[in-house]
Design a protein around this ligand. Sequence first.
Ligand code: ADP
Ligand code: ADP
Length: 226
Amino acid sequence: MIEFEHVTKTYPRTHTHALKNVHFSIQKGEFLYITGHSGAGKSTLLSLILRRITPTEGRVFILGQDLSRLRPSRLPLLRRRIGMVFQNHRLLPNMSALDNLVFALRATGERGNLEHRALLALRQVALAHKRKAYPVELSLGEQQRVAIARAMVTNPPLLLCDEPTGNLDPDTSWEILELLNDINIKGTTVVVATHAKELVDQLRRRTIVLRSGQIVRDDDAGGYSL
Ligand code: ADP
Ligand code: ADP
């Protein structure tokens, strides 16, 4: 599903070695945390998966594709198969919850009864009753659940989350984590980049720890501190 083959990323302008010889793979159906302090290289790793940037050395394989051989014209197709959830939900403020999902479906070129599909996705995050609400009319946790529904509405095989509970209190964080766990159990590969120790401890899953761009730990069901 994801394979990093001795990947080094150096940002040329600042000569920052953001990742150094990073080597790991993630199988279909796994749930993985990527942790480490701010600056450890988590965002760089996610950007490589999305091919927003290319490695300085090494190769990245995503969904069976060698990204170094991926033609630019095929890039939208790759990204369509990867759901993204951010720290800030990034919902469109001038659209209802339902319309945010319909918009996402339409943007990927989907046709047919999009409202019905959007409603099904909202139902899966238990927010069908809030379909007409605008983001500002939702709690932070609800906003993030809508964002997760939006990421999943196209049924991507891979879901990437960048600090998905960054703005949330512990109870709401746990709710989001349970939701991500459910999504994983239904078969989607889930990758969560976070520095939230509580999160990683609460639901123990494989954990890769980055420090200054290097993998210093890769444990099944790791937990943050042992
Ligand atoms: P520091 O003194 O700089 O905090 P640490 O060794 O405590 O050094 O941590 C370095 C990095 O490794 C940090 O990014 C931290 O988040 C991560 N880290 C260290 N130990 C663990 C652990 N047991 N589980 C998860 N992450 C860890
Ligand atoms: P994290 O997400 O764990 O906070 P990042 O991947 O953002 O870590 O950053 C890793 C290192 O690369 C940091 O030293 C950061 O300053 C640097 N970095 C990140 N993005 C860029 C960029 N676009 N240009 C130059 N340096 C960058």
